[in-house]
Design a protein around this ligand. Structure first.
Ligand SMILES: [Fe+2]
Length: 299
């Protein structure tokens, strides 16, 4: 069955492009560059031409998820499957594909109406090794697992959200059922995967923004510690203390970015298990920092 193979890129809307590029390079360690396009900058984390597109549109939110399929046949099969399922798909023009530096692109919305792009053939710059924005012990872990994972908002319920992402060839289910004192039932979080990464997209967090957090994984444990120290020294708001997730086994911590949502820097995740199980809490840590998490979410 044709399926999404990875989260290839994301497009973020930001209020202050200069602040965001400085944050991305000096705090996270991403490589920032621009091509002279007004209000736009790019972030690299490996050999891909870019992994993050920053647009200064004032939204301070996720604009587009870019999902990859393997090649031209999978691209056609995915367009057919989505169309047959009643999803409105628009095949992008060659100029639109070129703007994203991919061979072909289609545009659609997910079940909640959030924009998605599906593409094949990203431009890989083999002659341009990743150059981190500040010192790093190792590199970002991308490869077959894609650029990372995120939790995003949904407006149609977890069941319809699951059915939509299943159409994209993703697998998954509820992995957390968190008891909430005084509530009639637990808070449920839905996790979907499409490759070796435990989850690529997840749902169920409260919050008004489309994106709750973006997780970028590092290959060297010391880059988690280094980033933690850099965030502290910069006086940025920590959102969750270091800890290990029960589902993907990621050792990580969370901090706020200039757009008011969270970045998670993690290390040591296990591969997707392909069998469902659920948890009521994390292995340890990940305590929300009081006052910072208002309107974001707590896990
Ligand atoms: Fe995460």
């Amino acid at each position: 069955m044709v399926q999404i193979t990875e989260l290839g890129y994301v497009a973020l809307g930001v209020k202050n492009l200069a602040e965001w590029t400085a944050f991305a390079s000096s705090i996270i360690g991403l490589e920032a560059f621009d091509e002279g396009e007004p209000g736009r900058a790019y972030l690299r984390m490996d050999y891909w031409r870019h992994r993050i597109i920053l647009d200064e549109d004032g939204s301070d939110d996720l604009n587009v998820l870019g999902f990859r399929v393997a090649g031209v046949e999978e691209f056609r099969a995915m367009a057919r499957r989505l169309t047959d399922a009643g999803v409105a798909v628009r095949i992008g023009s060659p100029a639109e594909a070129d703007a994203r530096r991919v061979l072909e692109i289609m545009m659609l919305n997910d079940a909640s109406g959030y924009p998605i792009e599906i593409f094949h053939g990203p431009q890989v710059q083999a002659d341009r090794p990743f150059h981190p924005g500040r010192r790093m012990h190792g590199r970002f872990r991308t490869g077959d697992g894609g650029m990372g994972h995120l939790i995003q908002h949904q407006t149609v319920g977890l069941d319809r959200t699951y059915e939509f992402y299943k159409l994209l060839g993703m697998r998954g289910g509820v992995e957390y059922r968190i008891p909430i004192p005084g509530a009639p039932g637990p808070a449920e979080l839905l996790f979907m995967h499409c490759n070796e990464r435990d989850h690529t997209v997840a749902f169920g967090a409260p919050g008004k923004k489309r994106i709750n957090h973006l997780m970028l994984e590092v290959e060297n444990f010391d880059d988690v510690g280094l980033t933690y120290e850099i965030v502290q020294r910069a006086g940025l708001a920590m959102a969750m203390t270091p800890g290990r997730h029960a589902n993907d086994h990621m050792y990580s911590f969370y901090f706020m970015n200039p757009s008011g949502w969270m970045i998670e820097i993690g290390w040591g995740a296990r591969a997707a298990t392909h069998q469902s199980e659920y948890y009521q809490r994390d292995t340890y840590g990940h305590a929300p920092v009081p006052g910072v998490m208002k309107g974001v979410m707590e896990i």
